[in-house]
Design a protein around this ligand. Structure first.
Ligand code: MSP
Length: 653
């Protein structure tokens, strides 16, 4: 039972923001959930969409080649997913992966062989920004999506006979009613297809930055033919353990703005190539920032990284899946994020965990008690029903409702604790009270364990922490929903107790996140070539200026031998030296080493001299060079010297 899911592959003309993180986190949640349901392997593909004119232009702005530019941004996406601990199996870079180029060309040839592709000439209004022709637009019309003016473009290209697939697509939507979800998106697509479809240009001659079409002439693939094929590239030749193909995808998770490409173009390409069609396309809504769509021009883009650094990955995961109804638009704000965290996680789940564990520590010495059977004190809430409810909602991607079902168990357990008052039972020494206390404590711990197992897909780090505190650090991802009950063993020793969700003080946390946000935005502006690189890094900790080898070679350091040394009258620190540098005359050098060395101890000693220092007068004596010594602040100087013999006059380099 394999399960294959994908996220969109993200454009590299913008650095990752919380919208991209939203989809990728949701995919990771589904992946973990599917594994708990028993699917194996569960494979998640994401990547970066790197071809096209927009990227070519962005690279130019950044003063980089498209190769350098795409690599830098793709790395940024990859790093973020890694730091968030997301279970990515395949990260496909469309401009870099040779398998991808080969798969796109292979798919095209199959479509061509089956007569679904022809050569034609096309004139249309093209939106360079969105990289699409605007149907029915007249010259000068703005792009309906972004409002920018369209350009009239005529070119010879290859067309995909999309018009010939309308009936087969409608048939697919009818036979596979879950193919497009949620329902509103499905209805939109059906009515769009019913109006008839235009053929689709799938190649360009006006751009170079793309995968070459295997035909004569300078055609490269139009971005969507190239981009959608990524889903196939990642697993084209892969099979699961039983030898079944990983393709088709079980789920393409996308944002609502790219439904048509996925629900119309993509299945049509696959039909034309006689390849299996994906099972399901799920389009979630947009993340708005305080009710506005996030966009670069509005300057209201939120990044996920500052949130992770200040509040942890689980806090963001929880917020995104609990606060926003999956499939609908939803607002993000720092206040709402912290509010949710404090009320649900710190006061809710976190508090239940520390209460339960602390009571087991105090009343039962940290050992999970044996509940025996005490039906009259049984947990009066329907656990199994809540579990089934949660799982069924997760199954439908109704995460918010699923989490609510789990929280029913959290608040029921809180109520149960208040009703049973374990603190009073603990004070009573009679056998019955103690047996009830065993039962109550066991039950709370068991419900806590079930709750965290159900929440594991959403809160992977924290759930594992709670399980570890319960004394069962087994890998939660290996636990299947089917064996969720009765895993808590009486006699089990709990681990050290620590707050999993400490309360967060909103004001300083928001300030910190905004500060980090500004830093990330500035770094990304540099990456995109929209701002100059900051001045070179500060000099190293010693405070010394960095120099090049050429700078260093200006200093003429020589081996010298001390011929004579005398104290300088009236100056406690100075010695007057005559030093042989294998020159015509010995050098006269005044050195501040009198407190460290007796004059006679220096005679015959080989030392290091800065030979090209401009001469200067000290106490009426000419100093024609400088002796090299090391010292620490306030310490005495120690002369540099040699362990091996070295001739006088030798140069140090
Ligand atoms: N490259 C195309 C997709 C090709 S898939 C074969 C693309 N890239 S994108 O960088 O613009 O990413 C769009 C996707 O990012 C959305 O479909 C959605 O998954 C996610 N989101 C980007 N901004 C978002 C919000 N503000 N809110 C929610 N999701 C967002 O389109």
């Amino acid at each position: 039972m394999k399960y294959y899911l994908t996220t969109p592959i993200y454009y590299v003309n913008a650095a990752p923001h919380i919208g991209h993180t939203y989809t990728t986190i949701a995919a990771d949640v589904i992946k973990r959930f599917k594994r708990m349901q028993g699917f194996e392997p569960v494979i998640l593909t994401t990547g970066t969409d790197e071809h096209g004119q927009k990227v070519e232009r962005s690279a130019q702005t950044a003063g980089k080649t498209p190769e350098e530019f795409t690599k830098a941004i793709a790395e940024e996406f990859r790093r973020q997913w890694r730091d968030f601990g997301l279970g990515i199996d395949h990260f496909v870079r469309t401009s870099e992966d040779p398998r991808h180029r080969e798969t796109v060309q292979w798919l095209f040839e199959r479509c061509m062989k089956n007569g679904a592709v022809y050569r034609g000439s096309y004139t249309g209004q093209y939106c360079v920004f969105d990289e699409l022709y605007v149907n029915d637009a007249k010259p000068g019309d703005p792009c309906p999506d972004c409002g920018r003016p369209t350009e009239t473009v005529t070119e010879e290209n290859y067309f995909f006979k999309l018009s010939a697939f309308a009936d087969r697509l409608l048939d697919l939507y009818a036979k596979q009613p879950n193919f497009i979800q949620p329902e509103t998106r499905r209805n939109e697509v059906i009515s769009f297809v019913k109006q008839g479809l235009n053929d689709l240009s799938i190649s360009r001659t006006t751009i170079q930055w793309g995968i070459p079409v295997p035909v004569e002439g300078k055609h490269v693939f139009y971005v969507w033919f190239d981009a959608l094929t990524t889903y196939l590239t990642a697993v084209r030749d892969q099979k699961d353990k039983s030898g079944n193909d990983i393709w088709p995808a079980d789920l393409h998770l996308i944002g609502k703005e790219i439904v048509r490409f996925h629900a119309i173009y993509w299945p049509a390409f696959l039909m034309a190539a006689d390849l299996p069609i994906p099972k399901r396309i799920y389009a979630h809504g947009w993340l708005l920032f305080e009710h506005d769509k996030m966009s670069k021009s509005r300057g209201n883009i939120v990044r996920a990284e500052p949130i992770r650094k200040v509040m942890g990955a689980d806090a963001l995961r929880y917020f995104l899946l609990r606060e926003i109804v999956f499939g609908q638009d939803g607002s993000f704000s720092y206040d709402a994020l912290i509010g949710r965290y404090n009320s649900d996680l710190a006061n809710g789940l976190g508090n239940l965990a520390s209460r339960t564990l602390t009571m087991i520590q105090q009343y039962r010495n940290g050992i999970i008690p044996d509940p025996k059977s005490e039906p009259e004190y049984a947990f009066p809430f329907p656990v199994t029903q809540a579990v089934n409810d949660a799982v069924a909602n997760f199954e439908r991607f109704e995460f918010s409702k699923g989490i609510e079902a789990v929280w029913y168990l959290v608040s029921s357990t809180d109520k149960y604790i208040v009703e049973q008052a374990p603190w009073s039972l603990a004070k009573k020494n009679d056998q019955v009270s103690q047996r009830i206390l065993d039962y109550v404590l066991y039950t709370c711990a068991e419900v806590l364990r079930i709750v965290t197992a159900l929440l594991y897909p959403v809160l992977p780090e924290s759930s594992i922490q709670i399980w570890t505190q319960l004394g069962m650090p087994q890998q939660l991802e290996l636990v299947k929903h089917a064996d969720l009950r009765s895993l808590l063993l009486p006699g089990q020793k709990i681990g050290p107790i620590a707050a999993v969700f400490p309360r967060i003080d909103a004001k300083p946390a928001i300030e910190k996140m905004r500060e980090l946000e500004a830093k990330v935005t500035a770094e990304q502006a540099v990456l995109m070539g929209k701002a100059p690189a900051p001045a070179p890094a500060a000099p190293p900790a010693t405070g010394s200026l960095q120099i090049t080898i050429d700078d260093f070679s200006k200093v003429d350091l020589r081996v010298g031998q001390v011929l004579s040394a005398e104290r300088v009258k009236g100056a406690d620190k100075l010695l007057h030296l005559k030093v042989d540098l294998a020159e015509a005359e010995p050098r006269s050098i005044v050195a501040g080493i009198a407190e460290a060395y007796a004059p006679e101890s220096l005679i015959g000693r080989k030392v290091v001299i800065v030979a090209n220092l401009a001469p200067r007068k000290l106490r009426g004596l000419t100093s024609n060079g400088m002796i090299v010594a090391a010292s620490i602040e306030g310490g005495k100087p120690v002369l540099a010297g040699f362990l091996e013999d070295i001739p006088v006059g030798a140069r140090l380099k």
